[in-house]
Design a binder for this molecule. Structure first.
Ligand SMILES: [Zn+2]
Ligand SMILES: [Zn+2]
Length: 473
């Protein structure tokens, strides 16, 4: 990553139409489109040592110095933003957008000690324009996820997906998941399998309720015309297909309709997605990630979704809630690979508890300044990554390799997105170091290792072809 010392400038370009707002519970992060997150990376026989750290390591590392004390400087980045508007929902004005972005910027500095983030708004467009054009580039994603979309026409059959759901839920300790249920129910759960039926029941209740909701203009929230633009599955694929933005800020309502990954904090809340850090292969600043954040959650007047029925929250404060509780949280996922936590302290930007609505969550963050010590292992591992990229750009290859290896060793297993994708990305960077040093043998070994780590990543084969003028064996 280049080191341009662009300080905290917020570039609000020519604003066009007001945006409508939309949002929802803090966003689910991973996608089934990625490789299985819980499988350890494969290190082939001759492969250099990309062995994942044991999960228990997280707790140990957490006792180290606080985030502020780390010596590694994060690079200055300017993130490209698209403003995506649904004309049926509450608009976002240019000053709303400015406040959302500046709040997110401040929050990243306060909560994750990242001082060098700025934003540039590149385009404002309708949700139809964004989703339709992006989906054209996402055929394989659509093919992969279409049967995992919650069907709005007939009640979906979860039976074929029980194993997927189980694998997904095992990302969390059983005790963390129990928090979402009544004491009586929780006491009866002895293993992850025991939760599945109850989660499915709640999921169906929520979707049925949402299907009955009408907007003030009389149209159904999930009308056949609008439902495709309000489908999380479509947003996942659109973010994969789009190539131009790191952040999409929208007012859209996004239904949580990916049935293989029933995030408890979405299902037990309003079954919508307030934002998400997602795979976006052509984006480089947050490697292969881009995110969307929605203002809908705090900016709607629909009784089922309204977070502030008493009207206590000022318009300005609502923008800050989106900036801090949604957008900065998603940046925590996308930049630091932090997953959602259900058991971190009140200072934690990544905490997402069942009882935490937008306003409570925002107030907790505001009233508990400082960083979260339990998030530190992720933050530290990611800082090593950015340090390694910087060393690489300075042609200090040996040192860069050392830092990339630290990333492999120290990154906790449970991350935002796929562990294998993360691993492959780091291993590819090590291969690049060896290639640039003129060590073809090592470069080849690491490329093979990267392909083993993530079979969906096409970069190792492409680099092999470019570097060695032959097909990767
Ligand atoms: Zn989250
Ligand atoms: Zn934390």
């Amino acid at each position: 990553m280049k080191k341009y010392l662009v300080p905290l400038i917020m570039l609000l370009t020519t604003m066009c139409q007001p945006l409508s707002a939309g949002n929802s519970a803090p966003a689910p992060a991973a996608q089934s489109a990625e490789a299985k997150p819980n499988t350890p990376p494969v290190a082939e026989e001759k492969t250099p040592e990309p062995t994942p750290p044991p999960p228990s390591q997280t707790a140990e590392v957490a006792r180290k110095a606080p985030i502020e004390a780390l010596e590694v400087e994060m690079p200055a980045v300017k993130l490209s933003v698209a403003i995506v508007v649904d004309g049926e929902l509450s608009p976002m004005t240019p000053s709303d957008i400015n406040l959302i972005l500046s709040t997110a910027q401040k929050t990243m500095a306060e909560k994750l000690a990242y001082n060098n983030i700025s934003f540039e708004i590149k385009k404002t467009m309708t949700v139809e324009e964004f989703i339709d054009s992006s989906l054209k580039n996402a055929e394989s994603c659509r093919k992969n996820l279409e049967d995992k979309r919650y069907s709005l026409d007939k009640e979906p059959d979860f039976t074929p997906f029980r194993n997927d759901i189980l694998t997904f839920l095992k990302r969390w300790e059983l005790d963390e998941l129990k928090e979402f249920f009544s004491k009586e129910k929780a006491a009866a759960y002895k293993k992850h399998e025991d939760l599945i039926d109850d989660i499915i029941t709640v999921y169906k209740e929520k979707v049925n309720k949402i299907k009955s909701i009408n907007l003030p203009n009389g149209n159904s929230l999930l009308s056949p015309q609008k439902a495709p633009y309000r489908s999380y599955v479509n947003w996942i694929c659109a973010m994969q297909g789009q190539t131009a933005y790191d952040i999409v800020l929208t007012n859209e309502f996004v239904l949580y309709d990916l049935i293989t990954e029933p995030y408890p904090h979405s299902i037990f809340q309003k079954c919508k997605v307030g934002g998400a850090s997602l795979k976006s292969p052509s984006r480089k600043i947050m490697p292969q990630r881009a995110l969307f954040a929605s203002t809908f959650g705090i900016e709607n007047k629909l009784p089922f979704f309204d977070e502030d029925p008493a009207g206590n929250i000022s318009h300005e404060e609502k923008q800050k809630i989106t900036g801090m509780f949604i957008l900065a949280h998603e940046l925590g996922h996308a930049i630091f690979k932090l997953p959602d936590f259900y058991d971190h302290p009140d200072t934690c930007l990544m905490t997402t508890k069942a009882e935490t609505d937008y306003i409570t969550g925002y107030n907790l963050l505001k009233n508990n300044p400082g960083t979260c010590p339990k998030c530190q292992p992720w933050v530290e591992a990611r800082r090593h990554y950015f340090r390694a990229l910087e060393l690489y750009s300075q042609k200090k290859y040996e040192e860069a390799i050392d830092f990339f290896k630290k990333v492999i060793k120290e990154t906790p297993k449970h991350i935002d997105g796929s562990y294998r994708s993360m691993l492959a990305d780091v291993v590819i960077n090590i291969a690049k170091c060896y290639h640039d040093m003129g060590n073809a043998k090592e470069a080849k070994r690491w490329l093979k290792s990267a392909r083993n780590a993530d079979q969906y990543n096409e970069t190792p084969a492409a680099l092999w072809q470019t570097w060695f003028g032959e097909k990767m064996p």
